[in-house]
Design a protein around this ligand. Structure first.
Ligand SMILES: O=C(O)CCC(=O)C(=O)O
Ligand SMILES: [Fe+2]
Length: 201
């Protein structure tokens, strides 16, 4: 049992209906989290994300990377990416996410937000390549950022802070009924790295 697990009820569902979101809080000690953060900044093959929006080819400020068990192809915003082979640190973090969540993952999408100007707009992760209603485990490193959910019909919202070294799991029908986003903020001027472990089919 880790140091913080007594403080956070990991069985509590943060959503009032139509999906399950569990926040496990910090699953790494601050020093371990900082070491992973530095390692990820250095050793991941970060690239500006490409997208085609209204027929225009654009590059995002946020950087991304895509790793997996096999050279999976993954398409979103009309651009296809191919997964790179796991690094040893990513494999260790995948094992941690799997152990804590009791779920299995075969790929990981990584995001690097250089500061609070960069975020991610409302979306759900329900691309056809993803296992339907499969769990998504999200590990956060570096700057603490707010994360929010919005119900697609009722528009009700739920938000929380994602701490350095923390784990969030979204599962059940969350992606069908809820959007989520990482809002931009003027209050943060440090970088954050996020890893979302997924199951591609
Ligand atoms: O940065 C985050 O915490 C979330 C990223 C996200 O929603 C995604 O990669 O689909
Ligand atoms: Fe997402």
């Amino acid at each position: 049992m880790d140091l913080f697990s007594t403080l956070i009820d990991t069985k509590a569902n943060l959503l009032p209906k139509d999906g399950i979101v569990n926040y496990y809080g910090r699953v790494l000690l601050p020093q371990q989290a900082n070491e992973y953060f530095q390692n990820l900044l250095q050793n991941i093959q970060w690239k500006n994300d490409e997208a085609i929006i209204y027929g225009k080819h654009i590059l995002t400020k946020r950087k991304v990377a895509w790793y997996g068990d096999k050279p999976f192809e993954y398409t979103y915003s009309k651009v296809t990416k191919q997964a790179l082979p796991w690094t040893s640190e990513l494999l260790a973090l995948k094992a941690l996410a799997e152990e804590k969540s009791s779920e299995q993952f075969n790929s990981c999408l990584l995001n690097l937000y250089h500061n609070g100007d960069e975020g991610m707009a409302w979306h759900s992760d329900a691309e056809k390549d993803l296992k339907k209603d499969g769990a998504i485990a999200s590990l956060s490193f570096g700057a603490e950022r707010k994360f929010a959910f919005k119900h697609k019909q009722s528009k009700e919202t739920v938000s929380l802070l994602l701490e350095n070294g923390s784990l969030l799991v979204m599962k059940g029908t969350t992606q069908t009924h809820w959007l989520h986003r990482l809002p931009p903020t003027k209050l943060v001027n440090k970088a954050r790295v996020n890893l979302t472990f997924r199951m591609i089919v």
